[in-house]
Design a protein around this ligand. Sequence first.
Ligand SMILES: Cc1cc2nc3c(=O)[nH]c(=O)nc-3n(C[C@H](O)[C@H](O)[C@H](O)COP(=O)(O)OP(=O)(O)OC[C@H]3O[C@@H](n4cnc5c(N)ncnc54)[C@H](O)[C@@H]3O)c2cc1C
Length: 117
Amino acid sequence: MASQQNGLSNKLDVVVVGGGLVGSLEALYLAKRGHKVRLFEYREDIRKTPQVRGRSINLALSIRGRRALKDVGLEQHMIENHGIPMRARMIHRPDGTTYPIPYDARTNQVTSPCGRA
Ligand SMILES: Cc1cc2nc3c(=O)[nH]c(=O)nc-3n(C[C@H](O)[C@H](O)[C@H](O)COP(=O)(O)OP(=O)(O)OC[C@H]3O[C@@H](n4cnc5c(N)ncnc54)[C@H](O)[C@@H]3O)c2cc1C
């Protein structure tokens, strides 16, 4: 039940427009605080579209993103079910050869990309 202050409920009816990274996270934060949230996204649900190849790329997740996911209870799920450890970026030379630059050569820490779909 909504708590009351000066006779008014402090639980809000919120509309979030845009279900990208910011909108979906904000919607989760607000819902976890007990607000009624409706999220509007004009693109179709990428998880349900038959052809997503070329329309989405993996998303590198840094410590800030992981903290946000942890706040809404999704960090473990995303890392365990969608994460792939990313140790280095690959540099492609004009002659076609490649070499990696580690994200953390000293302690070998990783960034965790997640599929967006
Ligand atoms: C090529 C590329 C690679 C990137 N790689 C990374 C990465 O690896 N890691 C990382 O952290 N960030 C990455 N970014 C940045 C990241 O994608 C953006 O910072 C992030 O998506 C911004 O989130 P947003 O919610 O503000 O916008 P968006 O993710 O663009 O979401 C906005 C949403 O609002 C919807 N929308 C817009 N107008 C309306 C409307 N009128 N009604 C309903 N819905 C609407 C759009 O359809 C969209 O889904 C990358 C960006 C690009 C372009």
